[in-house]
Ligand binder design. Sequence first.
Ligand SMILES: CC(C)(COP(=O)(O)OP(=O)(O)OC[C@H]1O[C@@H](n2cnc3c(N)ncnc32)[C@H](O)[C@@H]1OP(=O)(O)O)[C@@H](O)C(=O)NCCC(=O)NCCS
Length: 321
Amino acid sequence: MLDTPQMPVPVPGPVPHNEWPSLGAFIFRHNRAADGRVRCLHGEQGDDEPSHVTELAGLPADEAAFWRAAGSQGEALGVIGCEIDKLLRRAWIRGPWVAPGPSSVALEAALLDSLERALPDIDRFDAFPSEDDDTLAALYRGAGYRRMAVHRVMQAALGDAGAATATATATAVDSRITLARPDDLRQWLPLHHGLFPGSYLSDDEIAAAVGTAIDGGPRLVLTAWLDDRPAGYLVAMDETTAHELYVDYLGVAPAARGRGLGRALLCHAMRWAEARGRRRAALTVRQDRAEALSLYLQCGFQQTRAGVHWCKDRMAGAPPS
Ligand SMILES: CC(C)(COP(=O)(O)OP(=O)(O)OC[C@H]1O[C@@H](n2cnc3c(N)ncnc32)[C@H](O)[C@@H]1OP(=O)(O)O)[C@@H](O)C(=O)NCCC(=O)NCCS
């Protein structure tokens, strides 16, 4: 039997902040196949290469980190990165992406290992590869990640007939929706934690966003009221790079469900985004949330992608073995 010669795997090194935009072309080229399928859903930043470059240029140095592996001529062979929340001690992995070659699987593993080792203060790593990407699934499984759940990525066109219908049906209950205030936020945060344990937005971040929409800020935080009590909420963001409304969280208290509050919250957010000139809304929903899926389909959302959430926890301060 003949041995296949093994190429040496280059050692990945950190990429200085001012060079992040230069990674945009490589990431875009390797994240999206010719048929439109993507590999890493965290790594999809807009529809084209300039959107990726712009997004990378706008990422603060203390909220993200990137590594690159290069060949002998300095040409990029592989890239990995992540967004970091130092308070939550979490990292959301982007990639890895590698140029095809005999060592590509080993290089992906080396990139992931270098990222984990370089972030000793991170307790939890989250990855979101496309559901049909078997290579990344094998990588994360092999690196000790747990397979959590399948999530659907959904989009709706704003300002079209679908959104208009959704808007019309919401009108009757619109008076029950207000911009959130600090008092009602405190009342619905326990509901939020119950519905979404491990929320990627901290309470402080949500609290800081309350009321900012009045001054034209990009975050929207809404409260839905029933019998003079907060009974539901929505948190969304006007994503200026992706040119879309992104709905982070939507929830209604179990006792208040089925009365139109969920739809009213969503439609209010869609109208708000339309008023800001957005033509698209997007969100991610766990595939087993049947009520939410039904609501989103009714409001004009369609699935564009599906991804698997992989997660790895480790003790504070302990580098991976
Ligand atoms: C999804 C959720 C926000 C809906 O809130 P709600 O106030 O009950 O929704 P509405 O009364 O406005 O109903 C709107 C639509 O949602 C869907 N829906 C609501 N309850 C449903 C149920 N029990 N079964 C199936 N579909 C349901 C229907 O499509 C409904 O439209 P219809 O009444 O014309 O059939 C609520 O069920 C919830 O908080 N779920 C848990 C958290 C969650 O999944 N959030 C979304 C994650 S991305």
